[in-house]
Design a protein around this ligand. Structure first.
Ligand SMILES: Cc1cc2nc3c(=O)[nH]c(=O)nc-3n(C[C@H](O)[C@H](O)[C@H](O)COP(=O)(O)OP(=O)(O)OC[C@H]3O[C@@H](n4cnc5c(N)ncnc54)[C@H](O)[C@@H]3O)c2cc1C
Length: 161
């Protein structure tokens, strides 16, 4: 099978607009870890099921060890948090968490999903981590948006309902 050139693939994929999330979890020693991720996908409504694609690293190990993670959707002013959790620390104040039902939750997010892992599938250099959502909530404010490898503010203009 012919394979797309990786640089072209990256450029084309960057034209698919996403929000930005931070995955949070406790590792096997009870330490909080977080990782920026835009591979968050809702899979099914009943039961509420989501997936994220995670590369090997600290977050992958934490989720594998505990079987739980929280998806925190960043607000429009969350660029520095996104950088912080993508190993590009901003030098600013440490992010604030609440620990709720044994899961770290980032303060100030526009939505969060507490997730219990039900399955995982290794695909090339990532693992698809599929989970049922045990609780979630949201508030109505504007999101941080990732498009063309850059951060943007807001939900865009409404075209039609
Ligand atoms: C907007 C945005 C969206 C992103 N979305 C995603 C996403 O959906 N999924 C995702 O996985 N990343 C995503 N990233 C990248 C991710 O946030 C960073 O790579 C982050 O530093 C990973 O944190 P960590 O603590 O898990 O990794 P660390 O433990 O700090 O490791 C850093 C990197 O080293 C490599 N690495 C470490 N250990 C191993 C190992 N055992 N074998 C092979 N490689 C290894 C991996 O590439 C890993 O990501 C995104 C980044 C940005 C800016």
């Amino acid at each position: 099978m012919q394979r797309a050139n990786p640089a072209s693939f990256r450029e084309a994929a960057s034209r698919f607009v996403t929000g930005v999330t931070v995955l949070t979890a406790l590792d096997e020693h009870g330490r909080v870890c977080g990782m920026t991720a835009n591979s968050f996908v809702t899979v099914s409504l009943s039961p509420p099921t989501v997936l994220v694609a995670v590369m090997p690293g600290r977050m992958h190990r934490a989720i594998s060890a505990t079987g739980r993670y929280c998806v925190n959707v960043l607000p429009d002013h969350g660029r520095d948090l996104s950088r912080h959790f993508a190993s590009q620390p901003n030098g600013g104040a440490a992010p604030d968490y609440d620990i709720v039902d044994g899961l770290p939750r980032l303060q100030g997010c526009i939505a969060w999903f507490a997730c219990e892992v039900i399955s995982h599938v290794d695909v090339s250099d990532h693992t698809l981590i599929i989970a049922e959502v045990s609780s979630c909530d949201h508030r109505d404010t504007t999101p941080l948006v990732f498009f063309s490898s850059r951060y943007h503010r807001g939900a865009g203009a409404l075209v039609e309902r």
